[in-house]
Design a protein. Sequence first.
Length: 182
Amino acid sequence: MRICKQRKQKLFKKGVGFDTMHIVLWWYAIVTTIFVAMRSDIFLDDFTAIFDALWNGIRQSCKWIVGVAKALAQMGDRIPNETIAIMVYWLLFIIVIVGAIAVVGILIVIIEKKVTKLYRENCWDVISIGIAVISLAVVVYFGDWIKVLVKLNLVTLLLLVQAVYVGIRAYVKGCKRARGYY
């Protein structure tokens, strides 16, 4: 009985050591890939281009929302009492801005919850970490060659690869569920 417990403890210690080494190696792979990405001019250019495009899109959307808010708020100018007209103008303006922010926030939360649920149900494992690190490493190390073949932003390409991967995993898991494997 005591020999069995000792063997069990040795195996547990080896398992913990293996798991720790596994985590350390993944972190090493991630950190070195990120450091190489920071030194890659092509990847950095595409990375900044994505965020510039996002920022410009957000800025243009905000300008459009403010324009719509001003147009709707001008309904308050029809009120003959100047004090009430100013209050109605600003009240309508604030309602439109807050409403737009609330709608966008709610949409972001709904989409984030659906994506997180899909990812946790189908891809919450070491294989997904491996795919993410490998695809990031391929895009970082071979970015200049990829840009010659595919005229697509490398960050966008990386996100598309991850989306296709999650889609495939969800499809395969759904097929297995339908066949009774789960």
